[in-house]
Design a protein around this ligand. Structure first.
Ligand code: ADP
Ligand code: MG
Length: 699
């Protein structure tokens, strides 16, 4: 007897050599894999067109008509067969380049045919090469599905003769072998609640749709199921982690925290910051390891939350680490944190690639002895030599810049894993957060500190450069500072440097010394030189900072109020949003000017329009997700959670939300799925989680 786990090579019509191809090209190994190999589109053969309705660039179409004449046209090699085909609205041509002789004999003149295929338009005449044809008389006799499935394929499969028709036949055989009976995987309650059709009906109609309506129902059912089982795994994983992975218990909020909060905090926390801090305190005081993602728009004040969290660790006798993706950012965190902690007797050190060996040795020693409370740094933190005495919390800023493996190196040698707080640079759309980060706890700072003015954003063409320069001079005259940023998509691309250096030269010509001072920072400079130039700008000694995207994340210079982005069409939305976030940090009205050439792709236009019309990071992230698709967004490429077979987290966001809510409900009421009504879910869950590719984004 065959079952779903039977190897595909046993299926009628497959055999060993085709089986090898199915495995290597499509990842289809078993009956079950083939059953779940879904069409990616359908050709609607319930629709017929008239010849006068034909349009250029139409997809496959179907027409009823008659052949009125046939001729053979000689060409350089062989001949071509051309038939005139008419209906009551007009005429067109059918063309064959191969098999002309044989086809000619089989064609009937003045007899109604159904023809099907793609059309070409040339010299004001439509033609259809190699049409699929059938006499109307026999067409009417056959039972067929009006919706013809088209399966994903590869060049190799097609070259080796495995056409769509053959794949369809294989699936037909599969249904016959298994008698079209498949185990239900959802509970009656869920089917009813969401008005879903049974698994059996869904599988049948996804492969052999009886109607458009049933196809839609089949798709909905299978999409839901796919999303539901992923959510079930993610949520179960979170529950298990909380129950099993013990963490340090930060019982108290002590002196350091209180003293800082009462006498050092330079402002009141926003309500959102307070709420997030509460969520974090609850986690770190719960005996379980915290794994929390902190989301907040640019400038929402994540750093202070990080600092307060570190103080809780220190109050409980643990060390804390803060890791940032760039040296500039790590240095900036370090500088602002030592200033904030002044007089509190907390020892803080900075460890980056450019720290000298001797200083490094001191840091290593102080870390191991426990003398050092807070270590701030870059990737240098995860080097083997760095060993903490008792790392209680690791905070990772702008997390998408670090790989998973890199991050876990931080605490490999710890007895217990430290609490983890990762902070994102830009908001992640809700649907993506639910899937790619679905096993983490998420905190959101959804409020900006008071008194921020929205950054005024404009799009200008390169041709208007002079008026932009004039505007910059006016702002500088008011005491403001200006960033001018050049794209540097690929650090090694000489072209980008040329753009940057050319730009720098023309800016130097326009903004001449001694009236104007200019800093320049880019990736090819030595860290010390970069830092020197940064400091000049921070101190207000220079008016303009010409830079590449090294300043993209985190840099905080409140007096800089104008951000000019050159070749803005080359930047992605989240990068543009990050860059704009560098201004609007002080009390003054800030501006962002997006410079582009006239030639813009339609996606680039959408990006620029989005930037001009909103500054809400969550909205921008949604547009970004729509433009680029989930697979291309930061840090999610490797996530198996996003390798979906049929669902789409953007288009099916409503289904995703209900899948998640239903999964949470289910695991709350029946955590081990022991209730009889959930038996199908339990069986299916065991099956999916066996070959699961889901991994945690963090530990
Ligand atoms: P991000 O979330 O982008 O990392 P930062 O932590 O760098 O933002 O904060 C941006 C700026 O806002 C900093 O200058 C910080 O001191 C200030 N800030 C943070 N929280 C508040 C607050 N509650 N009130 C006023 N200013 C704040
Ligand atoms: Mg930040």
């Amino acid at each position: 007897m065959y079952n779903l786990n039977t190897s595909i090579s046993y299926l009628k019509g497959v055999g060993p050599s085709r089986a090898d191809l199915l495995k290597s090209e499509l990842g289809v190994f078993t009956f079950n894999d083939l059953l779940n190999f879904f069409p990616n589109r359908y050709i609607d053969r319930s629709q017929f067109l008239k010849i006068n309705q034909l349009q250029e660039n139409s997809s496959e179409i179907q027409i009823v008509g008659k052949i009125t004449s046939i001729k053979t046209v000689q060409q350089k090699r062989g001949s071509r067969l051309v038939a005139t085909f008419v209906d009551e609205t007009g005429s067109m041509e059918l063309v064959w380049f191969r098999g002309a002789k044989w086809i000619k004999d089989s064609l009937k003149i003045n007899t109604p045919y159904v023809i099907f295929g793609k059309t070409n338009y040339f010299n004001r005449l439509f033609s259809m090469p190699h049409p699929e044809m059938e006499l109307v008389s026999s067409y009417k006799k056959k039972l067929r599905s009006a919706m013809q499935p088209v399966y994903p394929s590869t060049e190799k499969l097609i070259n080796r003769g495995i056409s769509n028709k053959i794949v369809s036949n294989m699936i037909q055989n599969l249904f016959e072998e298994l008698q079209g009976k498949f185990q239900e995987t959802l509970s009656a309650a869920i089917l009813e609640k969401l008005d879903l059709i049974s698994k059996n009906e869904a599988l049948l109609n996804i492969h052999f749709p009886k109607s458009q309506e049933l196809l839609a129902k089949a798709q909905k059912r299978l999409k839901f199921e796919e999303l539901f089982f992923i959510q079930l795994q993610l949520i179960r994983k979170k529950i298990v982690r909380k129950a099993k992975i013990k963490g340090f218990n930060f019982e108290k909020v002590g002196d350091k925290f209180n003293k800082f909060y009462k006498s050092k905090l330079p402002f009141d926390l926003t309500n959102a910051q307070k709420r997030v801090l509460k969520e974090i305190r609850k986690d770190v005081g719960s005996n379980a390891q915290m794994n929390r993602l902190l989301q907040g728009d640019v400038g929402s004040g994540k750093t202070i939350v990080a600092l307060l969290t570190m103080l809780i660790a220190i109050d409980n006798g643990y060390q804390a680490a803060l890791m940032a993706p760039t040296e500039i950012l790590a240095t900036q965190h370090y500088n602002s944190i030592i200033e904030l902690l002044d007089g509190l007797d907390i020892s803080v050190k900075l460890l980056t690639g450019s720290v000298k060996v001797k200083q490094r040795r001191i840091i290593h020693e102080q870390l191991e002895s426990g003398e050092l409370n807070i270590l701030i740094g870059t990737h240098a933190l995860i080097e083997d030599k760095v060993q903490f005495k008792n790392l209680g919390i690791a905070i990772i800023d702008e997390q998408h810049r670090f790989g998973v493996a890199q991050r876990s190196k931080l605490w490999e040698k710890n007895e217990l894993p430290p609490h983890i707080l990762v902070m994102t640079a830009t908001p992640i759309p809700r649907t993506l957060a639910m899937s790619a980060y679905g096993d983490l706890d998420i905190s959101i700072i959804d409020e900006l500190p008071p008194g921020r003015k929205e950054v005024k954003t404009a799009h200008r063409y390169d041709a208007n450069r002079l008026s932009v320069f004039k505007f910059l001079k006016e702002e500088i005259a008011k005491g403001r500072q200006v960033y001018i940023v050049y794209p540097l998509i690929n650090e090694s691309e000489a072209m980008d440097y040329k753009d940057l250096m050319d730009g720098y030269e023309s800016i130097s010509r326009e903004f001449q010394k001694p009236t104007y001072q200019i800093s320049i920072v880019h990736g090819k400079m030595k860290p010390a030189d970069k830092e020197y130039e940064m400091q000049r700008f921070i101190k207000g000694e220079t008016h303009i900072m010409v830079a590449t995207t090294v300043i993209e994340v985190g840099v905080n210079i409140p007096n800089a109020s104008v951000m000019v982005i050159e070749s803005a069409e080359r930047f992605g939305l989240s990068q543009l949003h990050q860059l704009r976030g560098r201004v609007g940090r002080g009390a003054e009205q800030s501006f962002c000017i997006l410079m582009t050439s006239f030639k813009l792709s339609s996606d680039a236009k959408v990006r620029l329009e989005t930037m001009v019309s909103t500054s809400d990071g969550f909205k921008i992230a949604e547009v970004d997700l729509k433009l680029r698709g989930p697979g291309n967004l930061m840090g999610t490429q490797q996530s198996g959670v996003l390798n979906l077979r049929i669902a789409d987290i953007v288009k099916d966001s409503k289904l995703l939300t209900s899948a998640r809510n239903i999964a949470i409900d289910l695991l709350t009421t029946d955590p081990t799925l022991k209730e009889p009504e959930n038996i199908f879910i339990k069986i299916a869950y065991k099956e999916v989680s066996k070959n699961s590719t889901i991994w945690s984004n963090i530990s």
